[in-house]
Design a protein around this ligand. Structure first.
Ligand SMILES: [Zn+2]
Length: 264
């Protein structure tokens, strides 16, 4: 029995499919190979938070499983999985996939986007599940996961509403992801933020926050892919796969809530 997987299933309901890393890999590999995407003809493009918990060696992580299987990644993601690499990053990545040599003609290689915010679940001394928290390797105190989004939630609660939230200026231009992420959240998702503030159960509030994090990142990625395809239609002849969901950082290794695998 996998208590944390069951808990993720219950919390996310029909939003997505909660899977072990193993089952996720079986699912991804079958789906991608059925659609012609292989290690030898594709490059991974990741939009995942830089937080080391997603790729530490001593943790059985989703990211390590996928990159091991598909030979590394081009990384677009900033804090909160926000795709800071942008259209320029996607254009750069589009010049990197190995050519498809499986048929008679050499064809342009493909891009496999993997887009995922991450959310921790910790267990406190009384056995309660604390969403948005993790116990990191070598530490004894709980910390936030994802720190960028949980920090934003704390600040938003202190302000009481998206309207009262002031995005602190970055006059030295030294904190670009925070500005981009907060700008997007406050200016384009204020109704969703109000709904999140009104949720009383703290674990459910965190689940709703990460569903929003997913939508922010996925909408932005889709917008970037559309601009990329329009700009590079003469150059890029490969195919695109898009895998989206939420990494669940829990003791004993990641779980994953799979939202979609699509071929835009
Ligand atoms: Zn993070």
């Amino acid at each position: 029995m996998d208590k944390l997987l069951d808990s993720s299933k219950k919390s996310f309901g029909d939003w997505g499919t909660a899977l072990s890393t193993n089952d996720l890999m079986l699912n991804i590999r079958k789906n991608l190979s059925d659609n012609g995407f292989q290690k030898g003809n594709s490059r991974l493009v990741f939009s995942v938070c830089p937080d080391d918990v997603n790729r530490l060696e001593e943790i059985d992580t989703v990211e390590n499983s996928i990159t091991k299987k598909y030979n590394g990644e081009f990384h677009l993601g900033g804090l909160g999985a926000y795709p800071m690499g942008g259209v320029s990053g996607i254009i750069a990545a589009s010049h990197h996939p190995p050519e498809d040599t499986m048929g008679d003609d050499h064809k342009h290689g493909n891009l496999i986007f993997f887009v995922s915010p991450h959310m921790g679940i910790a267990i406190d001394d009384a056995g309660n599940e604390l969403y948005g928290k993790i116990l990191r390797p070598g530490q004894t105190k709980l910390t936030n996961s994802c720190g960028a989004m949980m920090g934003f939630l704390v600040a938003l609660k202190e302000c009481g509403s998206p309207e009262a939230f002031t995005i602190a200026a970055d006059t030295t231009n030294t904190d670009p992801t925070r500005i981009a992420l907060h700008y997007e959240l406050i200016n384009n998702y204020s109704d969703r933020l109000k709904a999140i503030l009104s949720v009383e159960n703290s674990n459910q509030q965190v689940v709703d926050l990460f569903k929003l994090n997913y939508d922010v990142v996925m909408n932005k990625i889709n917008q970037m892919i559309n601009i990329f395809l329009e700009k590079e239609k003469e150059h890029f002849k490969g195919k695109i796969a898009l895998i989206g969901g939420i990494i669940i950082n829990v003791p004993g290794g990641d779980r994953f809530v799979l939202k979609e695998i699509s071929y835009p």
